[in-house]
Design a protein around this ligand. Sequence first.
Ligand code: KIV
Length: 298
Amino acid sequence: MSLQKMTTKKIIEKKQKGEKIVTITAYDYSIAKIVDECGFDLILVGDSLSQVILGHENTLGVTIEEMIHHTKAVSRGVSNALLVGDMPFLSYKIDVRDAVYNAGRFIQEGGAEAVKVEGGTEILPTIKAIIDADIEVMGHIGLTPQKVYRFGGHLVQGKTLDAAKKLIMDAINLQNAGVFSIVLEGIPWQIAKLVTSTIDIPTIGIGAGQYCDGQIIIIYDMLGIFTEFKPKFVKHFGKVGENIRNALNAYKDEIIGSKYPDLDHSYSYPTEDLSEINEWFESADVKEEATKLKEKLT
Ligand code: KIV
């Protein structure tokens, strides 16, 4: 398969052509390389890293340094997909200047091509300032996990008339501010459908039904690795967690049973004749020779 470098412009064109946009998260080099080779349009180094990689309870635990560290690793594995860095909690809502600087770090240090920020109309000045600094921005509205304590949990949003109206207006305002796409997370599919038909830029859904222009999911969820908690929208497309467990148990059993490593997985001394080393080993006081070597070299 010959793959082409994806850009924000091409992502927008996919919506115009009615082509679905296929996206996913990644957090490390090896997985990012596999995802990229599979021809995904966009890879997000999501702040979900906080839970699935670092083991925090929610996304609030991950720092900008940790996000940039992982974005760098992912960027080394990505050649074709558009790489987006997710701006973590505290990195863009305190001060607009800090937000622009931190967004710039994702590009300059992390190797990302765009950043994602959570929030609607209330963060337009920040979004505009980041875009004014020539940094591409992806929006994210609905169940924005950085607001978990304000929402009182990871709860589906946009379920009242006012909340649904706000989502539609937020999407229009984000589009007008210049974002190239918007993640719609944890909202009723009917509202996601309305948002998608209202704006010209793509909507990327997660827990927002099938009418979005594209979909995103946390890779550890869809692979069946992270199984501590399974929201309704998560589908396990693989049993990788189970495969890992089986492989680890097989490895453990083979070590205990002295089956691994066998000769096929061992290096051999270059000569078949081991008499020289055996003679030395039997005649010398090996411990004394080791002490002499230590004294000589230290
Ligand atoms: O952090 C993340 O992984 C995300 C996506 C699920 C949209 O924000």
